[in-house]
Design a binder for this molecule. Structure first.
Ligand code: FES
Length: 259
């Protein structure tokens, strides 16, 4: 798959609450190549920060030539705070699309996302033709984001909040258990403990599971090994039980990786 550095321009940026930002960029070359589950590396204007920010694609529109990134500001020094201050019209170099992406030829899917793992699942649901269910996990009702868009993109949406202020009280697993019919395939993105719990859940019930792993990435192109994760099989490239999340993933079949 082709990857390229593109000079993009910010078309809009707005806060969605709770430190989440919604950024739309004009990026026709990246949009033309993108598939759901991929990410891009955003280079900040402050050149003192050498590492780009890896951000997953929440949406892309080939006709409009745009990509949409929904990200969380992770605090001083992380670069996302600076990114959130950029107004429309700002030029940003962006490398992408990067990584492999989710499978989309499934007859029915259940997308399971936790926190900032939610956004890439929206692009996925828009691309899957069959029956679509979403299970979304948030801390509290006040920190929910993209819920209405998932309502529009999926046949059914189930929400779990840790404090029980909306939907099922507890985790995405608690919400999954309430589904009238258990899914055949789950595609997920979220923190590692959530993916680990999902792997056990899916294995017990014979559900096919894909996980998109949110590792800290640097180069994004498989060169620095800053993102390796333990794999169950010896990798043909490196001869060790390692996978590069940025290059071999970020989406893996759950059996491929140790969670
Ligand atoms: Fe450099 Fe993955 S981020 S190898």
């Amino acid at each position: 798959m082709k990857k390229q550095m593109e000079k993009c321009h910010i078309l809009s940026q707005r806060g969605l609450g709770a430190g989440i930002f919604d950024l739309v960029l004009r990026a026709p070359e990246i949009a033309a190549e993108a598939v759901p589950g991929q990410f891009v590396n955003v280079y900040l204007k402050d050149h003192a920060r050498i590492l780009p920010r890896p951000l997953s694609l929440c949406a892309f529109d080939r006709t409009q030539g745009t990509i949409r990134l929904v990200y969380r500001v992770t605090g001083e020094g992380a670069g996302t705070e600076e990114l959130s201050s950029y107004p429309a019209g700002t030029e940003l170099p962006v490398l992408g699309p990067l990584g492999n992406g989710f499978p989309t030829e499934l007859d029915s899917v259940c997308a399971v996302g936790g926190g900032i793992g939610v956004p890439p699942l929206l692009a996925l649901l828009k691309a899957v033709p069959g029956r679509k269910t979403a299970v979304l996990g948030y801390r509290t009702a006040g920190q929910m984001f993209l819920k209405e868009e998932f309502d529009a993109a999926a046949d059914a949406v189930f929400v779990a909040t840790e404090d029980g202020s909306f939907g099922t009280a507890g985790t995405v697993l608690d919400a999954l258990k309430t589904l009238p019919v258990q899914p055949e395939a789950i595609l997920s993105c979220g923190p590692r403990p959530m993916l680990r719990a999902l792997k056990q859940y899916a294995a017990k019930r014979g559900i096919a599971l894909w996980v998109s792993m949110e590792e800290r990435m640097a180069c994004g192109i498989g060169a620095c090994l800053g993102c390796v994760t333990e794999s169950t099989e010896t990798d043909a490239h490196s001869q060790v039980k390692n996978k590069r999340v940025c290059k071999d993933g970020p989406v893996f079949r759950a059996e491929e990786v140790v969670l």
